[in-house]
Write a protein that binds this ligand. Structure first.
Ligand SMILES: Cc1cc2nc3c(=O)[nH]c(=O)nc-3n(C[C@H](O)[C@H](O)[C@H](O)COP(=O)(O)O)c2cc1C
Length: 365
């Protein structure tokens, strides 16, 4: 186990000056992190924020308190709709608006059976950015979002699919590597960044996610052409996060190697791997897969129902960990950067440190 770090005073970032038009042509505030802000300008303008840092939606964690805190800190919060009903999403958006007047987004899971009703809720609230996650956006979904003037942010595992989504109207892309917490793809962030950024970043807005715990990494991806970054694990245990104290303690104790990807036990049942802290729940997932595979074999359910059952398992297990604090049998989803999360801190402190680390790295170049 890792030793807990001692809290150090943050470098003072100073008051923000009036907006100016800088050499890159984009208006942004005079900051104490000019190099980082210049590289983030395109992403910041797209999101309508000061720093092009998204806090990726985290089911049960990314609710109004954390989302508003992220946006109030000059970054971009995203509500995790997850399995919420349209009524619940409606309340969550209204609750977030009561806590911030800054831009924030909503993350919708493409396989949600009420996806188009959820889009309608976003339209009613004039949400500025909708993130479509969890699979290829179904026909008409990008158009339905753009119809009320919102920007669409998508994920894509291949460059070909990314290009297709941009042609279909997507406005920005998140590439997310396997170091991330939650549902993951097979390729690391460093490889995705080397493949996608040279191919797409000149013409498109691309955010990099997965495994980012410090500003030096942010600086590197910005230099490679990223418009900004998305972090989840680093923000999950902020003071403003409603996650249970036991969930937070599990994060503070964990090392990178404790955040492991789930394994697929039956080749006929394709399950999307999930990265979480190893515990008893990890074994329960193996048992769950066997149970679902048997039901599939016996013809009691079809493949679609099998996959939905797996997803419901995760949603329930994550809720038990985040809300109830059951970190033994619940799912403590966390990315490999969890080793860099050692104490509870306000979002503002986390953001200031990330920006300063990035700036110091760029200044040393
Ligand atoms: C606890 C947890 C829950 C998550 N839930 C979701 C989710 O509901 N939808 C989604 O698109 N991504 C989800 N993610 C992924 C994050 O949005 C983000 O992309 C990811 O955490 C970035 O990588 P990092 O964890 O290495 O910072 C989750 C991540 C964590 C840690």
């Amino acid at each position: 186990m890792r030793e807990r770090a001692i809290a150090l005073p943050l470098p003072h970032c100073g008051p923000k000056g009036a907006p100016q038009v800088s050499m890159d042509g984009f208006p942004h505030a005079m900051t104490s992190t000019p190099k980082t802000s210049a590289l983030m300008a395109r992403g910041a303008q797209f999101l309508g924020v000061e720093h092009a840092i998204l806090c990726g939606a985290m089911s049960w964690v990314s609710e109004r308190n954390l989302v508003a805190a992220i946006s109030n800190a000059g970054c971009f919060g995203v509500i995790a709709c997850g399995a919420m009903t349209p009524e619940l999403l409606d309340k969550e958006i209204a609750g977030t608006k009561a806590l911030t007047d800054k831009p924030f987004g909503v993350n919708l899971i493409t396989m949600h059976p009420a996806l188009f009703d959820l889009i309608e809720v976003c339209a009613r609230h004039k949400v500025g950015h909708v993130v479509l996650a969890g699979g290829i956006p179904p026909k008409g979904s990008i158009e339905a979002i753009k119809a009320f003037g919102a920007k669409v942010i998508v994920f894509a595992p291949t460059i070909a699919l990314a290009r297709k989504l941009f042609r279909s109207g997507a406005d920005a892309l998140v590439i997310e590597g396997s170091e991330a917490g939650g549902h993951i793809g097979p390729v690391s962030t460093s490889v995705l960044a080397q493949e996608f950024l040279p191919a797409l970043a000149a013409d498109h807005i691309v955010f990099v996610a997965g495994g980012i715990g410090r500003g030096e990494a942010i600086a590197s991806y910005l230099e490679m052409g990223a418009s900004g970054v998305q972090l989840g694990t680093r923000f999950a245990c902020a003071s403003e996060s409603i996650a249970h104290p036991a969930f937070k303690q599990a994060f503070f104790r964990a090392n990178a190697r404790d955040a492991i990807a789930s394994v697929q036990v039956d080749p006929r049942l394709p399950v999307i791997p999930v990265r979480a802290l190893k515990n008893k729940g990890t074994e329960e997932f193996t048992a769950k897969q066997r149970e679902v595979a048997l039901a599939l074999d016996e013809g009691r359910i079809d493949m679609g129902a099998a996959q939905l059952e797996i997803e419901h398992f995760w949603a329930g297990a994550l809720r038990r960990a985040v809300i109830d604090g059951d970190v033994e049998s619940g799912s403590v989803m966390a990315g490999q950067s969890v080793g860099m999360v050692s104490q509870e801190e306000p979002v503002v402190a986390i953001v200031e440190r990330l920006m300063q680390e990035s700036e110091d790295a760029l200044a040393r170049r």
